[in-house]
Design a protein around this ligand. Structure first.
Ligand code: ATP
Length: 365
């Protein structure tokens, strides 16, 4: 399988940055992770981050995001982005203990256009899949009601949790892939963070929004460029408001041609829901790229759930997985068209016009 990396980082202070790079079958998981490592630093700097794998069924999305063996047994080099990012996240946090308060994880799947909380527990303490609703809050952001957030303090704890709940994720054998995922998987880390008062000139917009009073106290530093010499730190008497940052890691279900996969019965309904939600995702990207006044986030649970990551102020990285074989050329072209559309969002719309999250700080209360 060939991994095509084709991503963009949007929502930076200076507008956007777009990059594209292709990884062949011989590339290691470590090499792929090197491309995304800097996004973890951005998270610690106060930005929301979303990393998403897209591609046809069997093209290597789960291999890219999770790895190919059971999570707890994986050797480090074979791990995918989720285990590696988790380890990196806790490593970075350990280097900045004063700034990070708590980290919580939530795990959801979108199956047949419904959102399921995979961290819910029954009365015996066993993980069960529980349907949840997605709502739009008064500030225009999306939120999953009653979602379970589990506090975590180490990468090994996260892997333990993921190993047990991933068994709940919907799978089904098809003619193309004997262990095909039939749902979109969304793993979210939510960190409660304080701004680093010693580096105020580097504060992210999110941190500044959470601490507007301190901007008034130090107006000369509010528009400082990071390249300028360090500014005075806020006085110890100025209490800083903690704010939340989110890392969303998304392993999408694969787009599928029914004729090739041989799906029928219940499996056919799954394919239809997967293809429709991916098409809704493509429509959202199209609307954002063309800066249309209405972006159809609510046409599917997947896009409603990921509204803030796609159209908000998150740094967003799309990884396209494509097969190297001629047999799947139509599907590969389809995936590349999707990537081009995603890239147009970054090129043409740095996220101002249709940005539901901008101006509405995600402040911890
Ligand atoms: N780069 C790679 N190196 C080695 N094996 C790979 C690679 N990419 C994918 N594979 C293997 O190919 C098979 C399909 O990969 P994977 O399960 O990641 O596909 P997928 O895109 O997630 O499929 P689906 O959407 O149907 O769930 C797996 O057995 C996986 O181990």
């Amino acid at each position: 399988m060939e991994l095509c990396f084709f991503g963009g980082f949007k929502g930076t202070d200076n507008g956007y940055r777009v990059c594209s790079r292709v990884y062949g079958p011989e590339e290691t998981q470590d090499a792929v992770f090197e491309e995304v490592r800097s996004l973890l630093t951005s998270l610690l700097d106060g930005y929301n981050v979303c990393i998403m794998a897209y591609g046809q069924t069997g093209s290597g999305k789960t291999h890219t995001m999770l790895g190919s063996q059971p999570l707890v047994e994986q050797l480090e080099p074979q791990q995918g982005i989720i285990p590696k990012a988790t380890a990196e996240l806790f490593q970075l946090i350990s280097e900045k203990p004063a700034e990070f308060h708590t980290v919580e994880v939530s795990v959801m799947e979108v199956y047949n256009n419904e959102v399921f909380d995979l961290l819910c527990r029954d009365k015996h303490g066993n993980n069960v899949s529980q349907r949840r609703d997605v709502i739009t809050t008064s500030s225009g952001t999306s939120q999953v009601t009653a979602l379970t957030h589990e506090p975590v303090c180490s990468a090994s704890k996260v892997m333990e949790i993921l190993s047990s709940v991933l068994k709940l994720r919907a799978h089904c054998p098809t003619l193309i892939h004997p262990d095909s995922s039939r749902s979109h998987l969304v793993v979210t880390f939510t960190g409660l963070q304080r701004c680093n008062s010693a580096h105020r000139q580097l504060w992210s917009p999110r941190c500044r929004r959470a601490n507007p009073a301190s901007d008034e106290l130090f107006p000369s530093t509010a528009s400082s460029s990071p390249s300028l010499s360090p500014c005075p730190s806020p006085s110890p008497s100025v209490s800083q408001t903690p704010f939340r940052t989110k890392l969303q890691l998304v392993d999408l279900a694969g787009s599928e041609c029914v004729g090739m996969s041989g799906s029928s019965g219940a499996s056919l309904r799954e394919v239809s829901c997967i293809n429709r939600s991916l098409s809704a995702l493509s429509d959202v990207l199209g609307a954002l790229a063309e800066q249309r006044p209405h972006v159809p986030y609510r046409n599917s649970k997947l896009t409603h759930l990921l509204q803030d990551a796609i159209g908000g102020d998150a740094k967003f990285l799309l990884m396209l997985c494509v097969s190297p074989t001629q047999h799947f050329i139509t599907e590969s072209l389809h995936s590349l068209t999707f990537g081009v559309r995603a890239r147009q969002v970054h090129k043409e719309n740095p996220g101002k016009k249709n940005n539901p999250g901008r101006g509405s700080p995600d402040v911890f209360k």
